[in-house]
Design a binder for this molecule. Structure first.
Ligand SMILES: Nc1ncnc2c1ncn2[C@@H]1O[C@H](COP(=O)(O)OP(=O)(O)OP(=O)(O)O)[C@@H](O)[C@H]1O
Ligand SMILES: O=C(CO)[C@H](O)[C@H](O)COP(=O)(O)O
Length: 299
């Protein structure tokens, strides 16, 4: 954690909607005139798509599993180093994992490969991470401890699978069978590495559909925002102005003392009302820390 170089992380499983909700953050950053350093979690996979195929076959032969959710397939050392370096010095190293031809062509590369590592951060106001492991803690690594604002993006699991299946088939060119197999293979790591993060988050946004999703593997479409509610759970609720949110967000209600529920269509508005003041607060603390440093260096 660092007042001078804050880190915001949106963490969620594959298909949870972390990339989609990044648009809401970008909107807030623009409106507050914030220049973020953007980091995609998939950059910290250890293997290219081809290498992962080899690792998967090796694992099968040895009767173990490997998945994109776990430590074997992700470089938590580099992720933690990035967060540490950024919080200490406002810089770090990133790369991108290119999922699709649309993403890969500008780099003259193939889908499923990485761009080279590059320096980033210079001149930015904060680091924004979206991906699988923004709040991960293992025996060896503690990524969560570097994060100033940790947000969980976590649809209920049937919806998460529907979103993943549709996205992977329609945008990433995988077969339904391959996506289903990857969900099955990932289950142990999902429980070990993904879900524990949602107990460390400051706020979770959990989308809950109001239509039947009982067989996610045959769902024809992703339930729309209007076919869902969003359950918003605050870890620390004593400073949360719930009456304000209830007044501002039509159709919202509280289901527990720390939990606000809003109609799905109001998710963007709720994110802006809740997150903008928190991000503004990070910027105020950053300005104070910088002016204190200037004052000390003048002595
Ligand atoms: N709130 C939402 N309403 C409707 N569809 C959504 C919503 N959030 C995400 N989706 C859809 O779910 C799919 C997965 O979303 P997205 O790509 O944002 O997931 P992700 O968490 O970034 O996944 P990954 O980490 O695997 O890249 C996309 O097709 C997206 O359009
Ligand atoms: O979304 C994922 C993890 O978050 C993907 O499963 C992972 O990034 C591999 O991608 P691809 O299947 O496109 O090679």
């Amino acid at each position: 954690m660092s007042a001078r170089n804050p880190i915001i992380a949106v963490t969620g499983s594959s298909g949870a909607g972390t990339s989609t909700t990044t648009e809401s953050f970008e909107h807030i950053f623009r409106s507050l005139n914030i220049k973020p350093a953007m980091v995609e979690g998939d950059s910290f996979h250890r293997f290219s798509r081809q290498e992962m195929g080899v690792e998967r076959r090796k694992a099968e032969e040895e009767q173990r599993t490997i998945s994109y959710f776990g430590e074997q397939a992700n470089d938590f050392d580099s992720l933690e180093s990035l967060f540490k370096d950024y919080s200490e010095r406002g810089v770090g190293k990133v790369r991108r994992y290119l999922h699709t031809f649309d993403e890969a062509v500008p780099y003259n590369q193939m889908p499923g490969t990485f761009t080279p590592w590059e320096d980033m951060g210079q001149g930015t106001d904060l680091l924004f991470y979206e991906g699988l492991h923004g709040g991960v803690v293992t025996e060896k690594n503690d990524v969560a401890k570097h994060v100033d604002l940790l947000i969980g993006m976590v649809p209920i699991v049937n919806l998460e699978w529907i979103q993943k299946i549709h996205r992977d088939i329609n945008q990433r060119g995988h077969s339904r069978e391959a996506v289903t197999a990857s969900i099955v293979r990932s289950m142990e790591d999902y429980i070990s590495y993904i879900t524990p993060q949602f107990s460390k988050t400051h706020i979770n946004f959990q989308r809950v559909p109001t239509v039947d999703t009982s067989n996610p593997f045959s769902a024809k479409a992703i339930p729309t925002l209007d076919e869902s509610f969003v359950v918003i759970r605050f870890r620390e609720s004593s400073n949360v102005d719930f009456p304000y949110y209830l007044r501002m967000i039509q159709g919202s209600f509280m289901s527990r003392v720390n939990t606000l529920v809003v109609p799905g269509g109001k998710m963007g508005l709720a994110m802006e009302l809740i997150l903008k003041p928190l991000i503004q607060d990070l910027m105020t603390k950053k300005a104070e820390a910088n002016s204190q440093l200037d004052w000390m260096s003048d002595l």
